[in-house]
Design a protein around this ligand. Structure first.
Ligand code: NZQ
Ligand code: ZN
Length: 389
């Protein structure tokens, strides 16, 4: 295990009707805030009304900015920064999924600087300050409700890039599993795949003697594999939603990568796909992950065998580890498909060939190796994308 320092300051308020506490929780921090949300699901479900009623009763005033799109755009982030500066807002409440939360985090970093917040996303400097952010989560998926990450798409050049900073850990996140019950099946599936991907990015590591976190990751993956199909069968299953929602937060709140180094190449590759084609992040990962695995599995076949046996219940065959690993990958693909997602590029509606362009962007013109488990150059990424095609 490697040395590590770990701290996750996000207060989690979990359970039925938890959103009724949002006003009193916000009031601890601010009396005038930016209320940020997406394309309208929170108005249809009635969540918006409950949130503003809670804010009102706690004496919190707000300016609102809706309209965050999945794969959140830089232009709306700029609007939010302008509103925060114009109205002197000191706090941002994100009500929605990973896209709304990521947009809120970007606004939080941009509201306290004089240059373009996009600079941070392309590696020009690092944030040294940010407004506080909090969330009311409506979809278990990205894990942004308790993560250091924000991922934004710049419409100029369709670049999707991430920033990681402890400054943008949300102050609190409200997790009521009931709020996810209105999700369409496709988004449930995308969320389950994204959570699985966050676990597998961490699982495939070169760090040895990490059996405790191996076991935690395996348990969390098995939870997703068990609960997501139950939710698709019965979207009102509160218990299954509770398990999935909490698993989604734990999968990405940095606990499970303590002492180990995750890979993250599949996320890097997927961000090029969703940056250009605007596909759902989880749907993109269902395509990238199997291809990445087939490309890298010989790097450490034992780790793939362990994963196949422990997570996917493949029978151990010490004389044929490659077959065991391949069976694990096949079962993972079958799981993604059982959720209703495809595992090939054409399933994302992608039929043109911009593979070389994506491989080039991902490696910044072949100047940057991607991933930690296996370091991938432009040619390797193009090979993986061709496997996915
Ligand atoms: O916009 P609304 O109308 O709210 O609709 C959303 C959106 O269309 C809908 N939705 C959300 N909750 C709902 C609901 N519809 C009905 N009922 C509900 N309860 O679902 C759609 C997808 O929402 P989105 O926020 O995009 O989903 P998700 O949470 O999967 O977030 C995806 C984004 O997060 C980024 C991804 O790249 C992507 O841009 N990620 C962020 C990470 C982070 N900050 O740590 C890590 C992840 O790896 C990921 O990259
Ligand atoms: Zn993800």
């Amino acid at each position: 295990m490697e040395n590590f320092e770990y701290r996750n300051p996000t207060k989690i308020i979990f359970g039925r009707q938890a959103e009724t506490k949002v006003g009193e929780e916000v009031a601890v921090h601010a009396k005038k805030i930016l209320l940020h949300f997406g394309g309208g699901s929170i108005k249809v479900s009635g969540l918006y009304d409950r949130v503003v009623a809670s804010l009102k009763s706690a004496g919190v005033d707000w300016i609102e900015l809706g309209g965050v799109k999945p794969n959140p755009r830089l232009s709306l982030v700029h609007e939010g920064i302008h509103l925060c500066k114009q109205h002197n807002l000191g706090f941002i409440l994100a009500v929605g999924g990973g896209s709304v939360i990521d947009s809120a985090k970007a606004i939080a970093m941009g509201a306290v600087i004089d240059h373009d917040v996009w600079d941070f996303y392309v590696g020009k400097g690092e944030p040294t300050d940010a407004l506080p952010v909090a969330t009311v989560l409506t979809i278990p998926a990205a894990g942004s409700e308790s993560s250091t990450g924000t991922v934004i798409t710049n419409e100029e050049g369709w670049l999707k890039r991430a920033v990681n900073s402890e400054l943008i850990y949300p102050r609190f996140s409200i997790l009521n599993p009931e709020l996810a019950m209105t999700l369409p099946a496709f988004q449930v599936a995308c969320g389950a795949v994204d959570i699985s991907a966050h676990l597998m990015e961490r699982y495939f590591t070169n760090v040895t003697n990490v059996s405790f976190t191996d076991r935690l990751i395996e348990a969390t993956l098995k939870t997703v594999i068990r609960q997501a199909p139950l939710i698709l069968k019965n979207p009102k299953d509160y218990d299954a939603w509770s398990e999935l929602m909490w698993a989604g937060t734990i999968a990405h709140n940095n606990l499970l990568n303590t002492g180990r180094v995750g890979d993250w190449a599949s996320h890097g590759i997927e961000h090029e796909i969703s940056g250009i084609y605007d596909v759902a992040h989880g749907a993109g990962l269902a395509v990238v992950f199997p291809a990445w695995m087939k490309h890298v599995m010989h790097h450490d076949l034992d780790r793939f065998v362990q994963w196949a046996v422990r997570v996917w219940n493949v029978e151990l065959d010490v004389f044929n580890p490659e077959a065991v690993a391949l069976e694990g990958i096949a079962r993972m693909e079958a799981f993604f498909q059982s959720l209703g997602l495809g595992t090939k590029m054409k399933d994302l509606g992608i039929i043109d060939d911009r593979i070389d362009e994506m491989a080039d962007k991902c490696t910044r013109g072949d100047t940057n190796l991607v991933g930690n488990y296996v370091k991938l150059d432009r040619d390797a990424i193009a090979t993986i994308l061709r496997l996915a095609a």
